[in-house]
Design a protein around this ligand. Structure first.
Ligand SMILES: N[C@@H](CCC(=O)N[C@@H](CS)C(=O)NCC(=O)O)C(=O)O
Length: 243
């Protein structure tokens, strides 16, 4: 198998953005963190030298034709863009490719802000140790940041006739937006219910991604991990509200 995905077991987290892109593209992969556990992941990462991934997820591609080497790619935005270039879902022209990369980085920014709603002070502290700051951060995220980011993605989808951001063919941005919306719905169900009607193009894209044969098969497979309170997208009822 050409691809190995290394990510923490037991949570969809950032690894799921990579999984959805691989599944949409019909590319087989070994889900190494899930198969071998967290200790194996730590050992694998620490065993790598030189320019190595800073943190999971990372993708190992042992099928690099040029030079015959093994490539290790870190950073979600970079991984899915790499896959898109390799398998033809990163846009047709250089200009579109650049725009898709930009949107992919915007998605990474929003994901980091989602994480900050439950970990506003420090990643090393428990949620329980930063609940007060989390409540303030989540209130600001719900009121200001969700509309600002979703308006931005809705406008991007309005640039073509859709259903995808680059038009009729899906790209890595669509699979990532799909996963982002899934996560936002899990973490902030009241807020998302309140704003959902403002984003018809996002909803249409999301439905179209879910219907891609590879994604539909994955969703029906039972292999997709459920969201939980260990990942990026956590549902803490006290952090959600309609406003
Ligand atoms: N910007 C990176 C963030 C990677 C990241 O924060 N990974 C988390 C898990 S979702 C992690 O294990 N971080 C360990 C650390 O930052 O020390 C990406 O998008 O891939």
């Amino acid at each position: 198998m050409a691809y190995e995905l290394w990510y923490w077991p037991g949570l969809p987290g950032r690894g799921e953005f990579v999984r959805v892109a691989l599944e949409a593209a019909g590319q087989p992969y070994a889900d190494k963190g899930c198969e071998e556990g967290a200790e194996a992941l730590i050992q694998d990462l620490q065993g790598r030298s030189g320019i190595r991934p800073f943190a999971p997820p990372y993708l190992v591609d042992s099928d690099m034709a040029e030079g015959g080497g093994t490539l290790v790619v870190g950073q979600v935005a970079h991984i899915v863009t790499y896959l898109g270039h390799k398998h033809g879902f990163a846009g047709d022209t250089f200009l579109v490719q650049l725009q898709l990369t930009q949107l992919q980085l915007d998605i990474s920014d929003m994901v980091a802000e989602v994480h900050a709603t439950h970990h506003p002070l420090a990643n090393s502290l428990y949620y329980d140790d930063q609940k007060e700051a989390a409540a303030r951060r989540a209130q600001e995220f719900r009121a200001e940041r969700i509309p600002k980011f979703l308006d931005h993605f809705e406008a991007a989808l309005g640039a073509t006739d859709g259903p995808f951001v680059a038009g009729a063919g899906w790209t890595h941005v669509d699979t990532s937006l799909f996963q982002l919306l899934e996560g936002l719905d899990y973490a902030f169900p009241q807020r998302m219910a309140a704003v959902r009607n403002k984003y018809p193009a996002l909803q249409r894209m999301r439905d179209a991604v879910a219907q891609l044969p590879g994604v539909a098969a994955y969703l029906a497979s039972g292999r997709r991990q459920a969201f939980n309170e260990d990942g990026i997208f956590r549902h803490y009822p006290e952090l959600d509200a309609a406003e």
